[in-house]
Design a protein around this ligand. Structure first.
Ligand code: ATP
Length: 262
């Protein structure tokens, strides 16, 4: 697929980050992680280990008590144009068409005249496989299609860093598999740095260049696994590779150890 944009992917650096909630619960102590421009990193870990908190720190919604979170060498702020988010629920406006939902972010960013906003919104809807669905309202779309609209809305802003918080957790297994392939197709076309939170070990291994396993808070990073499976990846071939199976079994073991250690 042809590149749609000249996204310059962002570098991410968390440097010895401490974070506790106001009630005193420590989630991270001395957490450090760097993500290279264009890298796809999955964050995996048991429930309550701090995955969403980590994303909130990376997006500047929460501030560390100590240490720093930097995007392209600048302290992160929630309004940075580099940042794009995709959440578990598509969060579409029910009264706006698919096209207007995608255009919404562009309208808010106010960087393009209206005709160019519509052109770009159409482009990104087509890119996620929804050409022809422009006029549909969210309730006329399946769950998977709604999540595609949400993805198109975020991608249309051409973020340098895409933060995805369990984006496909609410979808059925078949739709989820096709969204995983779609995510890789879009990532290789657009090239943005991506951090993808998931509970699902297979999903993490299938998608990522590296999988970061978090232990129960405040353990921080329990393991970082390099996933050197060949790209492009597909469900059918990648998931049956012996290396895929070995990698996911090793990660499963690691997560079990993290849970037992808590
Ligand atoms: N706003 C908050 N105030 C106080 N504690 C919080 C808050 N949000 C989360 N926590 C606590 O911080 C810890 C980490 O929560 P977080 O939601 O980041 O975990 P998670 O790994 O994303 O969990 P899950 O996989 O279940 O979504 C948990 O113990 C949680 O109870």
């Amino acid at each position: 697929m042809e590149k749609k944009s000249a996204v310059r992917p962002a570098a991410v650096a968390l440097d010895v980050v401490d974070f506790a909630w106001p009630d005193g619960q420590q989630v991270f102590a001395g957490l450090s992680l760097t993500v290279a421009p264009g890298e796809f990193v999955a964050i995996l870990g048991p429930s309550g280990c701090g995955k969403t908190t980590l994303l909130n720190l990376l997006s500047g919604f929460e501030q560390p008590d100590r240490g720093s979170v930097r995007i392209n060498d600048a302290a992160v702020r929630p309004d940075m144009p580099e940042l794009g988010y995709v959440f578990q629920s598509p969060q579409l406006f029910p009264w706006l068409s698919a096209l207007e939902n995608v255009r919404f972010g562009l309208r808010m960013a106010n960087r393009l005249p209206p005709a160019a906003q519509y052109a770009r919104a159409r482009d990104y809807l087509a890119l996620v496989g929804l050409a022809g669905a422009e006029a549909k309202l969210p309730h006329q779309l399946s769950g998977g299609m709604q999540q595609r609209v949400s993805l198109a809305r975020t991608l249309a802003l051409e973020p340098a860093l895409l933060l995805m918080d369990e984006p496909f957790a609410a979808l059925d297994a078949i739709t989820r598999n096709s969204m995983n392939e779609e995510t890789l197709r879009l990532w290789s076309a657009l090239g943005q740095t991506t951090l993808f939170i998931t509970h699902d070990i297979d999903e993490a291994v299938f998608l990522a260049d590296r999988v970061v396993v978090l232990g129960i808070a405040p353990a921080g990073i329990a393991r970082i696994a390099e996933i050197d499976l060949p790209r492009p990846r597909s469900m059918r071939t990648t998931r049956s590779l012996p290396r895929f199976i070995a990698c996911r079994n090793a990660l499963m073991e690691q997560i079990n150890l993290a849970v037992q250690a808590a």
